[in-house]
Design a protein around this ligand. Structure first.
Ligand SMILES: *[C@@H]1O[C@H](CO)[C@@H](O)[C@H](O)[C@H]1NC(C)=O
Ligand SMILES: *[C@@H]1O[C@H](CO)[C@@H](O)[C@H](O)[C@H]1NC(C)=O
Ligand SMILES: *[C@@H]1O[C@H](CO)[C@@H](O)[C@H](O)[C@H]1NC(C)=O
Ligand SMILES: *[C@@H]1O[C@H](CO)[C@@H](O)[C@H](O)[C@H]1NC(C)=O
Ligand SMILES: *[C@@H]1O[C@H](CO)[C@@H](O)[C@H](O)[C@H]1NC(C)=O
Length: 355
């Protein structure tokens, strides 16, 4: 543990209170707080970087709920299975078919794009990101999806059994759409691989990877003050870190009153397969005392964490507030530079070139 982190956790006993969570009644209205929703998502990402007419680089990876399960070895043109349970229950023959499919796609796709540069008004250098997979929300049907982005902006997606050009994609999206509607390769994916393989693989991975995926790790939570938003104002930051699984709920409250102006970050991955979230609230300096950050997570056994903002608090934690994000930032960069698209709520990222 770094000294900064040690200091941090020493502070915790002073701030932490455990309260009964949503499943228990604590005499008030905490039973009205939302339940945590499970969702599972298997996601394959391919990124093609077109430098010029002769140079293209591509990267592929496969993710299940924040776990990187597949890589792609460009020299052997083969998947790499990154976790002991990565194969799920697909047979070796099925993996071999997928391998050959991916391998052909990876070499044909750039050729098609190069040939369409003029017609589709593509400008080197550009980047194409493709995300495909299936997603399962608790209590709902499993859905398949494909999304294609050009230079970090949505171009086209496949949902509910049809291709839909993105309004942002303009005439280019329309042209690509026309090609995909006719393309045999695209049909093999949308009518075959996606509906047949993806759900089976997802379900069998959920079973095979159970021990990792359902592991319960309690969040560590702490408060700090963020960059002062203006004279007489405070930015209260509630950090929730190191938890697993991903669904988490956290709010700033005064008594039982949720503070509507709070802002929630994305839930970001750590390299150890746990997650990080921050929830911020801007207030007048005099109004900070009495505010608390309330955290609910499945690992907490039906109790909520409650951290009270205390006077002088901001001074104690200023150094930590600076140091801790630096640690996280390093982790975050690792991920974003690999073009990690958030599973379940995809967003293309837009930097070029890779690494
Ligand atoms: C869980 O799902 C329900 C229904 O879709 C939704 O109303 C609720 O806000 C969700 N809870 C969280 C914590 O996202
Ligand atoms: C294409 O880009 C690569 C890498 O940037 C460069 O080495 C190569 O010379 C370029 N080729 C042409 C034909 O411009
Ligand atoms: C691809 O990798 C798998 C598993 O590592 C291996 O069994 C298979 O033989 C490889 N296929 C080729 C064509 O290299
Ligand atoms: C897909 O179809 C279902 C019902 O057929 C509908 O509820 C849903 O909104 C559709 N989703 C999209 C993204 O169009
Ligand atoms: C693989 O797992 C899926 C989902 O759990 C299941 O439906 C299927 O029957 C399994 N296939 C084999 C060959 O075991």
């Amino acid at each position: 543990m770094t000294p900064a982190k040690e200091m941090l956790f020493l502070q915790l006993p002073l701030l932490l209170v455990l309260l009964p969570g949503g499943n228990n009644e604590d005499g008030g209205n905490s039973g009205n707080y939302p339940a945590l929703n499970e969702s599972n998502c298997l996601l394959i990402i391919k990124t093609f970087s077109f430098y010029n007419h002769s140079k293209v680089q591509h990267l592929s990876s496969g993710w299940l709920d924040g776990f990187e399960v597949y890589g792609w070895d460009r020299s052997s043109k083969n998947f790499t299975f990154l976790l002991p349970w990565s194969k799920g229950n697909l047979t070796n023959k099925e993996w071999e078919e997928l391998r050959s499919y991916f391998s052909v796609f990876s070499s044909v796709f750039p050729l098609v794009l190069h040939s369409k540069v003029k017609e589709w008004q593509l400008e080197y250098p550009f980047e194409i990101q493709i995300a495909a997979g299936c997603e399962w929300h608790f209590g709902e049907d499993l859905v398949n999806f494909i999304r294609i982005a050009y230079d970090g902006s949505d171009l086209l997606s496949y949902q509910n059994n049809s291709w839909v050009p993105s309004p942002k994609g303009g005439s280019r999206a329309q042209q690509v759409w026309e090609l995909l509607e006719k393309s045999k390769i695209s049909q093999e994916i949308t009518d075959g691989i996606l509906p047949d393989i993806c759900p089976r693989l997802l379900l069998s991975l959920l079973d095979a990877g159970k021990a990792d995926l359902q592991r319960q790790v309690k969040p560590k939570a702490w408060l700090s003050s963020g960059r002062t938003p203006g004279p007489g104002r405070l930015l209260l930051v509630c950090h929730i870190s190191g938890f697993h699984p991903k669904p988490v709920w956290a709010v700033w409250t005064r008594g039982k009153q949720e503070q509507p102006s709070m802002q929630r970050s994305d839930v970001l991955p750590h390299v150890d397969h746990t997650w990080y979230l921050r929830v911020t609230l801007e207030v007048a300096a005099g109004e900070a005392v009495g505010l608390a950050c309330r955290v609910r997570h499945s690992s907490l056994g039906g109790q909520d964490l409650l951290l009270y903002w205390e006077q002088n608090h901001s001074k104690d934690l200023t150094i930590l507030a600076v140091m801790v994000p630096l640690v996280l930032l390093k982790v975050g960069l690792l991920f974003w530079s690999r073009k990690y698209w958030k599973c379940c709520g995809l967003q293309p990222s837009s930097s070029f070139p890779l690494e």
